[in-house]
Design a protein around this ligand. Structure first.
Ligand SMILES: Nc1ncnc2c1ncn2[C@@H]1O[C@H](COP(=O)(O)OP(=O)(O)OP(=O)(O)O)[C@@H](O)[C@H]1O
Ligand code: SF4
Ligand SMILES: [Mg+2]
Length: 339
């Protein structure tokens, strides 16, 4: 996809936190993009940096202790990281909306749902209160909340988990954003409601032409929604490609491990899933070589010494693994000869 197709183009992001353990380097040279009208998913284990990366793009991480050391987050060609607070506020909410993991903390518990929706609409648009109210009811209808007038008068704690997520989606789409970032939007829900909410979110956004950045640790969950997928491990993208590339032609040992660990529709639900043994490295410790090396069954000597370079598999499919490097054959032969 050429540059014109890109709504969000994030390049070479580097983010650190100063912690009591020292400096924790949590995002390392991470690049990804979201094209107009597509669903892009970022997948990785807990702690891989999915939330920090996406929040850093909107300067939403606490600074300090956080620090954006380098990179660009181009939104429609303009770098969000160079914008002042006023410019950023105009982008957040109006252009880019975030649906968070936890509706209870993201929504105001002391305000009625209708009032929160009206406030969001009025904050970003010149519109009368009466029209904003009518729009609020319409939004609740769009997210399939039965009897919107009743829900407008309720508080968030009076709603079930599924209803709360619907209200969050209604608030997120209130100003017709161009991009919605959905960070684990369904973690706290049971699997049937989870599927229902994701179906709603994705079909609604496809209808509105809104781009989506879906963030999750469950690769199985994005199978039917994502156009493209970026797999993160220890602060880096280790493999990026179309959904087809990732599900049918995965190259990186970590992606393959995630696939084995993802629930599958063609297996009984009680079938034991494979897990990837070991744990990701501590981002506060110095690192050498491939971050996955200690967990990787294919690890070679070169992996322990040098960071694997980015290799293009084809136009949209890239990976960071020495096995895919054009020099891999020679590396293997020389290692075997030396062994
Ligand atoms: N305020 C902070 N101070 C120090 N370290 C932080 C802070 N926020 C996040 N981190 C660290 O950054 C790393 C990435 O965290 P992040 O929350 O982005 O992971 P994640 O991929 O979103 O995980 P999850 O799937 O659990 O949401 C982790 O090692 C985390 O401990
Ligand atoms: S670079 Fe080496 S250790 Fe890292 S994933 Fe590839 S084979 Fe495994
Ligand atoms: Mg997260």
């Amino acid at each position: 996809m050429d540059g014109l197709g890109r709504l969000l183009d994030v390049r070479n992001m580097d983010v650190c936190f100063r912690t009591h353990e020292g400096e924790s380097h949590v995002i390392r040279d991470a690049s990804f993009c979201v094209n107009h009208g597509e669903v892009m998913a970022i997948v990785g284990e807990s702690g891989s940096g999915k939330s920090v990366l996406t929040q850093a793009c909107l300067k939403l991480i606490p600074m300090p202790p956080g620090e954006i050391r380098g990179g660009k987050a181009l939104y429609n060609g303009r770098d969000l990281l160079q914008m002042n607070e006023n410019e950023l506020r105009a982008v957040r909410g109006k252009e880019v909306a975030v649906v968070f993991q936890d509706a209870m903390t993201a929504l105001n518990p002391t305000m009625r749902i209708g009032a929160q929706l009206v406030e969001t609409i009025i904050e970003h648009e010149k519109i009368s209160k009466r029209d904003a109210k009518a729009r609020a009811a319409e939004l609740l209808r769009m997210v399939k909340i039965p009897n919107p007038e009743k829900y407008m008068r309720q508080y968030i704690f009076q709603c079930s988990g599924g209803m709360r997520q619907r209200v969050m989606i209604a608030i997120a789409i209130a100003c017709r954003p161009k991009l919605i970032i959905a960070d684990e939007p369904t973690t706290a829900l049971d699997v049937t409601i989870k599927t229902e909410i994701l179906n709603l979110l994705v079909s609604l956004l496809r209808e509105l032409g809104t781009s989506v950045l879906l963030i999750t640790h469950d690769l199985g969950m994005v199978a039917s929604y994502a156009d493209r997928i970026g797999v993160m491990y220890a602060g880096r993208f280790v493999e990026t490609g179309t959904s087809h590339d990732i599900f049918y032609r995965a190259k990186h040992p970590y992606t393959r491990g995630l696939l084995r660990a993802a629930p599958r529709l063609d297996l009984p639900p009680d079938q034991d899933l494979a897990t990837i043994p070991g744990a990701p490295p501590n981002p506060a410790l110095p690192r050498r070589g491939c971050a996955f090396a200690v967990r990787c069954a294919n690890c070679m000597e070169v992996c322990k010494a040098y960071e694997p370079p980015l290799t293009d598999i084809d136009k949209e499919h890239t990976t960071r693994c020495w096995l895919l490097d054009p020099r891999a054959e020679n590396i293997r032969n020389s290692e075997e000869a030396g062994a």
